[in-house]
Write a protein that binds this ligand. Structure first.
Ligand SMILES: *Cc1c(COP(=O)(O)O)cnc(C)c1O
Length: 462
């Protein structure tokens, strides 16, 4: 399969290079040139299969130039064997026509494990075959970093350095990054904010001498391989609820738009998805854009659902590319307006295309707390604040099609918000109960590029 940039001016690549490259050279994001379509019979045949089997059938056409089916099946099996639930992504019923898709049974208790566990193994496989080694750097506000450290820890082909803002991630998130003892993964506590972490990662990529010396690579959510791994659970959930004979809707807690865009790919592949509901917290740039057509950047406001606290939603560019019929020049123009003027307005045609697939809503902090309480009283389920945002927004979009709300993290990952809402402190699952007894390994770094690069060079050599 060939992958093209959303901005239309970067080399066309196969899957392997798309995965290793991450961001396209024209600043765009890679997308499949044409999305493969499964027949109705193919979709029907997925119902009731093990998660791993569905994953192979859904992903094989996208990755065929890099992995044959047997190899893909091995990688998929290894990726999910450590999950704490046999169904991997189990469905729980909340109301007659409303379901919860639990995506938090992976090793770091958030949905990012679905993609990260798989791409860690994909990277390792490809790099060994090439006889290469890379240095992966990333910035995290919590969940991505722990998922990357857990996924790449102990693999031969990569050193991993994750920058997180010192004192600004939850204790559970920090410990998930600082307690793994594999020698090739490193959590760096930066004196500063998440934005500083992100800026220093960007600086490292722009320091070409450093970038080439260390063979820098990225695994942030713009990597198409991550989006692809997330397409799978839309298929397992929808077929369990009657697809392809019945349409299904999804409510997705959204930040960088990677998760909900995976649903769009599933729809393009032939899965009958009625509506994808984009649920935001008070950082509602996506909700405003989908309802008014205007995408305007504001200040990031901290919330109790921190993994959705974004100013610019990077994967939204992929949805724009589809909405503009694959017109890379039009997308490049919008992104230039975003850079120069802090926003853009989508054309009428594109706005209409977006609303054919997406609906949206937002939840305030009070509404999020109320949703956690409400779900507990009505169903006995304890939701994390991100999942609660989607639960709240989903209420406005219930209809004939079954609604599936995505639960993106385990409530014990955000115990303070859950305790404030319900008076109960959620417990970690038993397999993680000793997290607070494990020794931590923390490297403090100043918000200074030279100092950070020195740490990376030193630890890589060690
Ligand atoms: C990352 C994250 C999100 C947002 O996902 P996107 O793909 O960035 O839209 C939502 N909830 C949790 C718990 C997350 O970690």
């Amino acid at each position: 399969m060939r992958y093209v940039s959303t901005r239309g001016r970067a080399p066309v690549l196969g899957f392997e290079d798309t995965m290793l490259t991450g961001l396209a050279r024209d600043g765009g994001l890679y997308v499949p040139e044409a999305v493969p379509v499964l027949s109705r019979a193919d979709v029907a045949a997925l119902a009731g299969l093990p998660y791993e089997e569905v994953a192979v059938r859904v992903m094989a056409p996208f990755v065929a130039d890099a992995f044959d089916e047997a190899t893909l099946a091995d990688l998929v099996r290894d990726a999910y064997v450590g999950f704490g639930h046999e169904a991997r992504a189990p469905l729980v019923q909340l109301a007659p026509n409303h379901f919860l898709l639990e995506l938090f049974h992976g090793p770091t208790l958030a949905f990012k494990d679905f993609a990260m566990q798989l791409i860690g193994r994909m990277f390792d496989h490809v790099l060994r075959r090439r006889g290469e080694r890379v240095t992966i750097v990333g910035a995290t506000s919590g969940d991505t970093g722990s998922a990357a450290i857990e996924a790449f820890g102990g693999l031969d082909a990569a050193d991993v350095f994750i920058l997180y803002p010192h004192g600004r991630v939850s204790d559970v998130q920090r410990r998930q990054m600082t307690t793994p003892d594999a020698a090739n993964v490193h959590a760096l506590a930066l004196t500063g904010h998440f934005d500083d972490c992100q800026a220093r990662v960007k600086d490292m990529f722009n320091d070409f001498a450093f970038r080439d010396r260390t063979r820098l690579a990225g695994v942030n959510s713009i990597n198409f391989a991550r989006v692809l791994a997330q397409v799978v659970y839309y298929f397992t959930a929808a077929t369990a609820l009657g697809a392809p004979h019945r349409s299904v809707s999804f409510a997705v807690p959204t930040g960088n738009f990677g998760d909900v865009f995976a649903g769009h790919i599933a729809k393009r592949m032939g899965l009958p998805i009625e509506t994808l509901v984009v649920a935001t917290n008070r950082n509602d740039i996506l909700h405003r854009c989908l309802t008014t057509g205007a995408y305007r950047v504001g200040e990031v406001e901290p919330t109790i659902s921190p993994s959705m606290d974004i100013q610019v939603s990077s994967n939204f560019e992929r949805a724009l590319h589809l909405a503009y019929g694959g017109d890379g020049a039009a997308v490049a123009q919008l992104m230039e307006e975003l850079r120069a003027e802090g926003g853009f307005t989508v054309s009428q045609g594109a706005a209409q295309a977006l609303t054919e697939t997406y609906a949206s809503g937002r939840a305030s902090e009070e509404e999020t707390h109320a949703a956690i309480r409400d779900a507990l009283h009505r169903t006995g389920e304890v939701l994390c604040p991100h999942s609660a945002v989607a639960y709240h927004v989903a209420q406005d979009h219930l209809g004939d099609a079954p609604m599936v709300t995505l639960a993106t993290a385990h409530p014990a990952k955000f115990p303070d918000a859950v305790e404030t809402a319900t008076g109960r402190r959620p417990a970690l699952p038993p397999r993680m109960a000793d997290l607070f007894d494990r020794p931590e390994r923390i490297t403090r770094v100043d918000n200074d590029l030279t100092a950070i690069e020195a740490v990376v060079d030193r630890e890589r050599a060690a």
